[in-house]
Design a protein around this ligand. Structure first.
Ligand code: FE
Length: 138
């Protein structure tokens, strides 16, 4: 059971309209509009709803689809998947395991080593940059 459950009314108050639409109403942002699409920095992509760590930059790749794409979640239980038959398509929905927010979909045409393509809305994601620690000389 996800731990970060809020009522839809509480989500509406705590999120901006666009992320609310994606996360809570299963919306999809327009392709090539997301702020994380071309982000090449090292770090962790987090849930825009609850802050949970979802995808490492290490698994990000350019899918050409217009949405940030990853070949695996940050941890085995970061995200949950669920069959989605909406819009006359058979797809697999990807949700944040912690808050149940809709993130995007996963497809089987991704690159090695997993063959998976997690197609995720930028609006469903935050980003925490990993600052390289500079080793001081003794
Ligand atoms: Fe979440």
């Amino acid at each position: 059971m996800p731990v970060a459950r809020k009522t839809e009314e509480e989500w509406k108050k705590s999120l901006a309209p666009e992320p609310f639409h994606i996360l809570r109403e299963k919306g999809t942002e327009q392709a090539f509009t997301g702020k994380h699409l071309d982000n090449k920095k090292k770090g962790m992509y987090t849930c825009a709803g609850c802050g949970s760590a979802l995808f490492s930059s290490d698994s990000k790749f350019n899918s050409g689809t217009g949405w940030p794409s990853f070949y695996q979640p940050a941890a085995g239980d970061s995200v949950t998947t669920k069959p989605d038959a909406s819009q006359l398509m058979k797809r697999t929905e990807v949700l944040c395991s912690k808050c149940g927010g809709h993130l995007g979909h996963v497809f089987d045409d991704g690159p090695a080593p997993t063959g998976k393509r997690y197609c995720i809305n930028s609006l469903a994601l935050g980003f925490k940059e990993k600052k390289e620690t500079v080793k001081k000389k003794p």
